[in-house]
Write a protein of this length. Structure first.
Length: 103
């Protein structure tokens, strides 16, 4: 079974990261407002701007959790499939952490 990690662009400009095994059904659920307590409920309509397929639930879950912690700039680089920019952002974050440790 395939699993998908996806990013939605919400009407308020925010991004939502999720995971599913049925991408089209899940996108429809988001836009129909199937869950009143969901983050996307009051931010509809949403647009699918990025997704990646995984062969295992565990791999998809790990990547979903990873990118949920990313800042907006890094998510936008991923959406643009700009891995060089993602790498540059990561290196900048690493340099800032290292400078902070030296103080």
């Amino acid at each position: 079974m395939a699993y998908f990690v996806y990013i939605l662009h919400c009407v308020d400009g925010s991004y939502y990261v999720g995971m599913t095994n049925d991408l089209q059904t899940r996108l429809n659920q988001h836009n129909e407002g199937a869950e009143k307590n969901a983050y996307t409920f009051s931010r509809r309509p949403v647009e699918l701007v990025w997704y990646q397929e995984f062969d295992s639930h565990d791999d998809a879950f790990r990547f979903e959790q990873q990118i949920k912690g990313w800042n907006r700039k890094k998510k936008e680089a991923l959406i643009q499939n700009n891995w060089e920019a993602v790498h540059e952002i990561v290196m900048g974050e690493r340099r800032r952490r290292e400078r902070g440790k030296r103080k």
